[in-house]
Write a new protein. Structure first.
Length: 367
């Protein structure tokens, strides 16, 4: 898959942009705060209808503007696609695929896939569990439409249940509606656990291999999916996981009402990571945790390839400048085989190290 041409209007700091990309490597060079990351954000949004940075779609519209658009000519699954997204303040977004309105944002993932790697991802191992859940969610929402729907359903039910528990002291009758949301969370939660468990099985294999190679075989990376205690086997059928989630809800019902907090469900999941058999988050060095994070992101790309038989777009946003020369070389030697976008500062030598196109960005424009 690839993006041949990208046009932006009113997106972030881009008043208007129309650019054609190389099918292999594209280096986006420029000083800080000129729009390099914004350009990659637009590409990620095209692939997932989700921004890796914005909390709301309003943030994607240029300051002082009321609307923006992203338009791309892409090639995927052996044919050409025209992808169009329009955002406007106070209106629902509009997504067109070959001029046909998309039913949901996840339809874009059926055309494009993207692995986005930014400096914050280097903290993936050291950060809290939410960062690792987000890593699983970002990867799986592109790969499994059923997962994306289950995640959306779960979040809706979780928000409702959280409000009910919070307000139950003043309005005790609200507790009568809890069973409805418990059922919804268990149904969608079982799907979430089912796919996360299988994703972590593949992650364990691919990330361990990448880590072994990057570390010169000196250390072994361990990956273990952690979910609610009543689930004895996360790889069990969805029906079994559902019943075990219901049992966990029942055992925590009194504690939830007392604390007025939602304590049961996969919203508390995590990935336990070890390096050399030792808890990586607590005891590994910065170099070790960065190597593990690199292994996770490269494994994400391989899992996408395995499941879809296609190579996703790879976007490296100022990541290489955060790595030592050995890790830089390791990444650069493993990005072939698909379209790649790499941002860097003007003084970096990436443009001369890599074949393809080099774009210089200044003030939201190619100069």
């Amino acid at each position: 898959m690839r993006i041949d041409r990208l046009a932006l209007q009113g997106f972030r700091n881009y008043k208007e942009l129309d650019v054609s990309f190389a099918p292999d490597c594209n280096v986006i060079a420029g000083e800080n705060a000129q729009g390099k990351t914004n350009l990659l954000e637009a590409i990620v949004y095209l692939a997932s209808a989700r921004s890796p940075r914005a909390h709301s779609e309003r943030e994607l519209i240029s300051f002082g503007g009321s609307e923006c658009s992203i338009r791309a000519n892409a090639f995927a699954r052996g044919r050409d696609f025209l992808l169009e997204i329009s955002l406007a303040a106070g209106r629902r977004r509009k997504i067109l695929i070959n001029k046909v309105p998309a039913k949901k944002g996840s339809d874009l993932s059926g055309v494009l896939g993207a692995v986005y790697f930014c400096p914050e991802d280097l903290l993936l191992i050291r950060d809290g569990a939410a960062a690792r859940r987000r890593f699983m969610d970002d990867a799986l929402c592109q790969l499994r439409a059923r997962y994306a729907q289950a995640l959306a359903d779960y979040h809706r039910a979780y928000e409702h249940k959280t409000r009910i528990l919070r307000d139950s002291e003043e309005h005790p009758s609200l507790l009568d509606t809890l069973p409805e949301f418990d059922l919804s969370m268990a149904r969608s939660g079982a799907v979430i656990v089912y796919y996360r468990a299988r994703f972590c099985e593949r992650l364990r294999e691919y990330a361990a291999a990448a880590h072994r190679e990057c570390s010169g075989g000196r250390e072994e990376l361990g990956v273990e999916y952690q979910t609610v205690s009543t689930i004895t086997d996360p790889l069990a059928p969805i029906e079994t996981v559902y019943e075990q989630l219901r049992a966990h809800q029942a055992s925590h019902a009194a504690a939830e009402r007392a604390s007025r907090m939602c304590l049961s469900g996969p919203h508390k999941d995590d990935i336990a990571v070890t390096v050399g058999g030792v808890n990586a988050r607590q005891f590994s060095s910065q170099g070790q945790t960065r190597t593990a994070a690199l292994a996770f992101k490269l494994a994400e790309r391989e899992i996408y390839r395995e499941i879809t038989s296609r190579t996703p777009l790879l976007l490296l946003d100022d990541v290489l400048s955060e790595l030592d020369p050995r890790r830089q070389e390791y990444v650069l030697n493993r990005i072939s085989g698909g379209q790649v976008f790499i941002t860097c500062c003007e003084e970096d030598r990436l443009g001369t190290l890599l074949s393809g196109k080099v774009f210089h960005i200044a003030g939201g424009a190619v100069v």
